[in-house]
Design a protein around this ligand. Structure first.
Ligand code: C2E
Ligand code: CA
Ligand code: CA
Ligand code: CA
Length: 279
């Protein structure tokens, strides 16, 4: 769109330029955030639908920005993925989540499983399996108390490389979950090849449960698919009792959502754990 060489910048939309500058600032800030320890984790409990007990937590990253306040992951994770900073962010998240889970589990209560979100970009940029092996050793967390959540894109892109990486992760003993299941395009054939333990039913299928028969059918299909493949199912985004009842009826194993608890800081999560049940 440049009218002539040299005046190219002037012909761009000034709002676009402002947006670009803000993104560059945020990127520079995120590099500093890692050094200054401004990232933190909130934890959302996972409930076993058979007995209503807290059986685990999902670690969700936040950024306590010195001037912008608490920033949600959707406002910086995509940028971290685009710039490659996700490798460092991801390493920090796994270290902190393992440390926290090991500390809680050391108290002698029923051990919890800690779920951590792993971006598809962490597969191409890092040797994830060796990194996680180190983190498990350093924290003392048993491998089967760590669950890695990844979206279907991990199965669909660089399939052979990612499959090899997942097999190495599985050999360590960590659990593997497919996040937002049902929203991607993974085929049954892919799913069977990958050593996946858990399907997380996307919130969009849970949202309208109880309203339309079609939506219930989709959630139920995923639960049955899990059963026939020997995988457990976790429903995300449960906000109402009706959804919970429908999921329990279907035989879904675990659930998460605002109905039980929002993601909360570590001390609050710890209290939920001591209380045993979130609902
Ligand atoms: P996700 O993995 O699908 O996480 C669930 C998101 O849904 C969280 O948003 C959570 O707060 C929200 N949520 C939980 N229960 C309910 C509910 O009942 N209703 C509704 N409406 N929402 C609910 P959050 O924490 O803002 O995270 C958004 C996304 O950011 C996550 O989606 C995940 O994709 C990404 N993310 C978060 N932490 C990390 C991380 O450490 N690494 C990577 N790579 N991505 C992360
Ligand atoms: Ca997740
Ligand atoms: Ca989701
Ligand atoms: Ca997601």
């Amino acid at each position: 769109r440049a009218k002539s060489a040299g005046s190219g910048l002037a012909s761009y939309d000034p709002e676009m330029l402002t947006g670009l500058i803000q993104r560059l600032e945020l990127e520079a800030d995120l590099r500093l955030a890692l050094e200054r320890d401004e990232l933190l984790l909130h934890y959302q409990p996972t409930i076993d639908l058979a007995d209503n007990r807290v059986v685990g937590f999902e670690a969700l990253v936040r950024w306590q920005h010195p001037t912008r306040g608490l920033i949600e992951p959707m406002q910086f994770i995509p940028m971290a993925e685009a710039t490659g900073l996700i490798a460092q962010v991801g390493r920090w998240v796994i270290t902190e989540a393992c440390r926290q889970a090991a500390a809680w589990n050391a108290e002698g209560a029923e051990p919890v499983t800690m779920a951590v979100n792993v971006s598809v970009r962490q597969f191409d940029r890092t040797d994830l399996a060796s990194e996680i092996a180190e983190q498990l050793t350093a924290s003392g967390l048993p491998a089967d108390r760590l669950c890695l959540e990844m979206t279907e894109s991990v199965l669909m892109t660089d399939t052979e490389e990612n499959l090899a990486q997942l097999i190495r992760l599985k050999a360590l003993g960590v659990r593997l979950a497919i996040d937002d299941f049902g929203t991607g395009y993974s085929s049954l054939a892919y799913l069977r090849r990958f050593p996946v333990d858990t399907l997380k039913i996307d919130r969009s299928f849970v949202e309208r449960l109880g309203e339309q028969a079609d939506d219930a059918a989709l959630a139920e299909t995923i639960v049955q698919l899990g059963e026939s493949l020997g995988m457990s199912t976790v429903a995300e985004g449960v906000e109402e009792y009706g959804q919970l009842a429908a999921l329990r009826e279907m035989g879904c194993n675990e659930a998460q959502g605002f109905y039980f608890s929002h993601p909360v800081p570590a001390d609050e999560a710890h209290r939920l754990l001591l209380e045993g049940a979130a609902a």
